[in-house]
Design a protein around this ligand. Structure first.
Ligand code: DX5
Ligand code: ZN
Length: 243
C-alpha cells in the first residue's frame, strides 16, 4: 500500500499522530519481564505512565537485538497509551511504514543513521506518526539546526544506546538546557525527550532543565514493584517545575 495511505484504521486509533500531554513518564519495557508483559504494562500504567517507550535494536547500529513490528503490534493490543518507538537501526526508512502500521504513535530515528533527515521525517509524518530524531550523547545538538521546527520531538540519549541499566552521562544535563534555550528562542513547539539512566536521582533536575518526556527503563522495571516505581517517578515529575 502507498505510504501516504498508511494511517491507523484499527478501532481505538486516531489517524492523527498522538503525543502525550507533558510532562510525561515513558517507561521503557526493555528490562520488563517479557513473560508477563501484560501485567508489567498494566502496572506501569496504573502507576502513572503516559506512554510506553519501545526500543528497537538491529545488532548493527547498536550491539543488541530486540523487537520488531510484531512485538509492537502485540503491545499495542495491551494498552491504549501512545507507543513511542525508538529505532536504533541502520537504514530506518525501510521499516518506518511497518512500525507505523504496527501501532507506533511516535517514531524516532537516529541522526547518526539517517543522512536524509527531511525525507525520513516526512515519511514518518506521512505514515501518521509523530516524528522525532534521536542524538547519541556525543552528537552535538547543532546538527539539528536546520530541521528543529519540523520535529515533534528530539530524543537526547543520556547513555550510549544498546542496553538498559546503564549510568546517566552527566554532561547531557547541560545539553538538555541548551536545547531548551534554542527551542524557546525559536518558538518551536518541539518536545525534548531524555532516555538512558533516568531515575529518582535526576528526573527532577532533567525536568527543571527543560525535558518534557522522561524515559525510564530499569528505574521502573527492576523485577519488584513497577506500579510503585512508576508512581514515585510520575509524582516527582509532576511536582518539578520547568525553568
Ligand atoms: C537504551 C534504550 C533506553 C533504555 C533505557 O539503548 O534506548 O530506552 O531502555 O533504560 P534505562 O532507563 O535502564 O537506562
Ligand atoms: Zn530508548
Amino acid at each position: 500500500m502507498a505510504v501516504a495511505s498508511v494511517v491507523k484504521e484499527r478501532p481505538g486509533h486516531r489517524a492523527a499522530a498522538r503525543m502525550p500531554a507533558t510532562p510525561a513518564l515513558a517507561p521503557s519495557i526493555l528490562t520488563a519481564d517479557f513473560g508477563h508483559l501484560a501485567d508489567e504494562i498494566a502496572a506501569a500504567e496504573a502507576g502513572g505512565a503516559k506512554l510506553f517507550h519501545l526500543d528497537v535494536m538491529d545488532g548493527h547500529f547498536v550491539p543488541n537485538l530486540t523487537m520488531g513490528p510484531l512485538v509492537v503490534e502485540a503491545i499495542d493490543r495491551l494498552t491504549d497509551l501512545p507507543l513511542d518507538v525508538h529505532l536504533m537501526i541502520e537504514q530506518p526508512d525501510r521499516y518506518v511504514e511497518r512500525f507505523a502500521r504496527a501501532g507506533a504513535d511516535m517514531i524516532s530515528v537516529h541522526q547518526e543513521t539517517a543522512p536524509h533527515l527531511h525525507r525520513t521525517v516526512q515519511l514518518i509524518r506521512d505514515c501518521g506518526a509523530a516524528p522525532g530524531v534521536a542524538l547519541n550523547p556525543a552528537t552535538p545538538i547543532g546538527v539539528l539546526d536546520e530541521i528543529l521546527p519540523d520535529l515533534d520531538y528530539v530524543l537526547l540519549m543520556s547513555v550510549n544506546p544498546g542496553f538498559g541499566g546503564q549510568r546517566f552521562i552527566p554532561s547531557v544535563m547541560t545539553k538538555v538546557a541548551a536545547l531548551r534555550r534554542r527551542l524557546d528562542e525559536s518558538g518551536a513547539k518541539t518536545k525534548i525527550e531524555v532516555d538512558g539512566g533516568v531515575g529518582p536521582d535526576n528526573i527532577v533536575a532533567l525536568r527543571e532543565n527543560g525535558a518534557d518526556i522522561l524515559v525510564a527503563g530499569s528505574a521502573v522495571f527492576d523485577g519488584r514493584d513497577p506500579k510503585g516505581r512508576a508512581r514515585t517517578l510520575a509524582a516527582l515529575l509532576e511536582r518539578a517545575r520547568r525553568r
